[in-house]
Ligand binder design. Sequence first.
Ligand code: GLY
Length: 362
Amino acid sequence: MREVKVELGGRSYQIQIGSELLDSIGRQCKKLSLGRRCMVITDSNVGPLYGEKVGASLSAAGFESVQVTVRAGEQTKSWRTAAYCHDQLAAHRMERGSFIVALGGGVIGDLAGFVAATYLRGVAFVQVPTTLLAQVDSSVGGKTGINLTSGKNLVGAFYQPRHVFCDLSTLDSLPDRELRSGLSEVVKYGIIYDDVFFRRLEKLMPALVGRQSKALGEIVARCCAIKADVVGQDETETGLRAILNFGHTIGHALEAVTHYKKYLHGEAISIGQVAAARLSCLQAGLTSAEARSMETLLEKAGLPVHLTLKKQQVESLIQAMSLDKKVSDGVVKFVLASRLGQVQWGCKVPMEQVREVLYQLV
Ligand code: GLY
């Protein structure tokens, strides 16, 4: 088992990465001085697979747990489901000392974290991410929230978990497409922070796509360590943390114009990263060989690197970018790479250039 610490003073916590961790959740929670009662929030895909195991581990350690299962899918990150969870917490008389266990992928982590941040003005929670995307990104760093009709993650709070359990065995039940989607964020860490890791990924990619747990353990731990490092320096995204959004300005817009149906998050981010790499060549001094390496690695992960949109839809994509919350005063700001492993944030890019690059990808 590997451990990574997120250093945030009194709110520091450990991320554990290993196989068969679900059985030890109760034992580990015992060490966190949490109350006796808890609610496991999970979804209709993950609950039937792992809910019982987690519940058994919690009761074996002396906790009294109840499970709330919500519908799987992005639509669950809503006021309505959050209110349902709050009501369930109240109905089960959960108190200040009670805690929440977020068991699932990114949607559950964001939703349950938001519920934890707001119920009784904040109760403790632990993250049990069961997708690669959640293990390497959303479960770490305390971003919690829900969507509004006008956009994703528009309501939320920075609220750190007390512990993160990345059980690699839960990835066994993950569909291939979801695993590949998670690999998109993995590649991102190499691009933004660590060229040696990027080169390592070039070697490991076949093993990762083939789900070899040793390789998966290594990369999940490295991604968590990078994220912990970034979040430890800039918890609330006043600067540096923005680098984690490499590829996300275009990626988010792409998800929005395709109504979150055509692309999984990591797929949209893959295309966004290819576009950001090309813009980096034009604006930030990235070499075309480095941009090609990025594109090749994403392709090796089985991710899309071209826009499968009609040309007319590209204009809607550009329009949608203005709704992204990283846009201010009508200026589109990008995270761009100056070289492999090093990025700058807040780079203002002329819309004409964005349009040019997007048309190259059609
Ligand atoms: N997923 C980006 C962040 O946590 O800041």
